[in-house]
Design a protein around this ligand. Structure first.
Ligand code: A2P
Length: 349
């Protein structure tokens, strides 16, 4: 087996919003590919996609799809991953899964390379890419947490349509056109019109009234930080932005965290850019974060209601650092650590 210098990769969900970005990143970051396979549903089979000057043909997902594949980058939804990721592992591939299917499985590392890279090498075949809002929040909070332990996080999210996939982004544009022409906006992907509107994230609610997206922020942050007792509370809202999520985050530290220290920490943290022009009232915006690898953080200020509290605001590209970029960074980490393993060492799921 491989091959840590040249890797045979399959993208599962290659025609989707994240899959499309994965393709761009593998190319722009010169990922050491020996072969690239594009997999999607039978709807897309036969479609031609250009990659590095070549035309690749999209294949329908099948039992044979993972033959001779070292690494699968999966972004075709939880139900597809649940069934197909174990099959890929059984064939000897390592799967970096962008869905929520395995994130809280104790056998599965949940990895943000800037936060917990060392956990990646303990994988047993599947590595999970965290939820997008969780990644963006962790990128800003983790470096502060290294200086002064965070005891409580309260977050409100402003999530773009891209989180619900390519068809959802199209739906918002169609809805906007309809509303501007005084027509009733069609709804297919989202339960309500998102254009010129917003609504709480429509993932299923638990008995305490929290939706799945909010609970991902709670449970995944705890797992990634290695702090099972960390207090986290979130309110997730879908907003009529095409791409890039934003978040208002309130942090409570064990001791006061001076604003100047927090700014310095954020300014020097990997994968994060401090964006603050107080004169111009210019701070992170999803329009600036779209297509950007860095998470933009700013409006760092003292919480007036608590001596150990801090407020901050961020925008980050959900498709890039919130999904595809993080997955490719994990893949690069595995290549660097020679941690793409043969089948017999892998777990059954
Ligand atoms: P397809 O384009 O053929 O439907 P997005 O998150 O942007 O909606 O994209 C989802 C991706 O996952 C697409 O590439 C989609 O392929 C793929 N996909 C969805 N369901 C399946 C499935 N059952 N088997 C394989 N690929 C799937």
């Amino acid at each position: 087996m491989p091959l840590c210098s040249q890797v045979s990769v399959a993208i599962l969900g290659a025609t989707g919003a994240v899959g499309t970005e994965l393709l761009k990143l593998l190319q722009s970051r010169n990922f050491p590919l020996s072969r690239l396979k594009l997999l999607a549903s039978s709807r897309s089979a036969g479609r031609q996609v250009s990659f590095g000057g070549e035309n690749l043909t999209v294949e329908a997902l099948s039992e044979q799809a993972f033959d001779n594949v070292d690494l699968v980058l999966a972004s075709a939804g939880g139900a597809t991953s649940k069934v197909w990721a174990p099959k890929a592992v059984a064939k000897g591939a390592v799967v970096i899964d962008n869905s929520s299917a395995f994130r809280l499985d104790s056998k599965v590392p949940l990895v943000i390379p800037e936060v917990n890279p060392d956990t990646a090498v303990s994988h047993q075949g599947i590595i999970a890419n965290p939820n997008c809002t969780t990644i963006l929040m962790a990128m800003a909070v983790w470096p502060l947490h290294q200086v002064q332990p965070v005891q409580r996080i309260v977050a409100a999210t402003y999530q773009s349509a891209s989180g619900a996939g390519m068809r959802a982004m199209e739906e918002v544009k169609i809805q906007a056109r309809a509303i501007l022409q005084d027509e009733v906006p069609p709804t297919e992907i989202f339960p309500y019109p998102l254009a010129f509107n917003l609504f709480p994230h429509n993932s299923p609610l638990n008995e305490q009234g929290y939706c799945q997206e909010e609970m991902k922020m709670v449970n995944e942050t705890r797992k990634i930080f290695g702090t099972p007792q960390l207090r986290v509370s979130a309110t997730c809202i879908r907003v009529p932005v095409l791409r890039a999520h934003s978040e208002a985050i309130n942090l409570e530290f064990a001791e006061p965290m001076p604003v100047t220290t927090a700014r310095e920490v954020i300014a020097n943290a990997p994968g994060v850019t401090l964006v603050e022009d107080w004169q111009a009232n210019y701070f992170p915006m999803p329009m600036d974060a779209s297509g950007c690898d860095q998470v933009l953080v700013g409006r760092i200020r003292q919480d007036l209601s608590h001596p150990c509290g801090l407020e901050l605001w961020l925008s980050g590209d959900q498709i890039r650092k919130g999904a595809a970029l993080n997955a490719v960074q994990i893949a690069e980490l595995l290549v660097a650590k020679k941690s793409i393993k043969p089948a017999q060492a892998l777990a059954s799921y």
